[in-house]
Design a protein around this ligand. Sequence first.
Ligand SMILES: Nc1ncnc2c1ncn2[C@@H]1O[C@H](COP(=O)(O)OP(=O)(O)O)[C@@H](O)[C@H]1O
Ligand SMILES: [Mg+2]
Length: 235
Amino acid sequence: MQQLIDSSVLAARNLSVGYGEIPVLHNVSVAVAEGEIVALLGRNGAGKSTLLLTLGGILRPSAGHVELGGRECTTPAYRRAKQGLAYVIEERGVFSGLTVLQNLRLGSGTVEDAIAIFPELEPHLTRSAGLLSGGQQQMLAVGRALAAQPKVLLVDELSLGLAPMVVERIFQAINDARDRGVGVMLVEQHSRTALRVADRAYVLDQGRVVLDGSTSDLLPRIDEIEEAYLGGSTD
Ligand SMILES: Nc1ncnc2c1ncn2[C@@H]1O[C@H](COP(=O)(O)OP(=O)(O)O)[C@@H](O)[C@H]1O
Ligand SMILES: [Mg+2]
């Protein structure tokens, strides 16, 4: 475990984070290594998005710190993109009034790379992104993020509202990125879906890490884990 944390591309060390006076995360430590997919599970309100927002530099911790590439990182969100961090927020961050091509040009990578990752987007380049299906919009968001050749990718609620086949397709692209060495942290409500693609997972409950382990250790215990921390079956 220590070795894994030491080789991390992104880590939270003893983070405490809140909104104003309201504390949300308490002494949270997580890490993502090069070339691994880490799932972050927990029921609604557990603090998953708050953790991603802090790792992404959008929220400031009240205690503890974030490390990017093994170094303490206090830069604002827009600088972290240049430092190798890509972030697909829960709302996907697609500009619905712009075309697919304009959305891709706003990313740090090339349009060609994004299209190579999701050729499905090519026929829609001149369409307004707001007219795409939810799955196409998520491909646009993930394709734009991966085209930037990040060292680490954060994705919040990838599967939310999407058909299983589309989710499979996007996970396939994320798997390919992992195989190229990208570290990935996936926030998911659907724990079984997440554990199928991830290498490791953390479970958050009321702002604390209550469980972590390899997916091969956690999957056989999924019924018990869902019952205890995730409010029953999530798939
Ligand atoms: N902007 C905000 N202001 C105040 N409280 C918030 C805000 N965003 C989230 N919270 C609270 O923080 C807690 C964790 O929320 P969140 O990180 O969104 O959880 P999750 O992503 O796991 O569903 C919840 O109690 C939520 O109500
Ligand atoms: Mg959330």
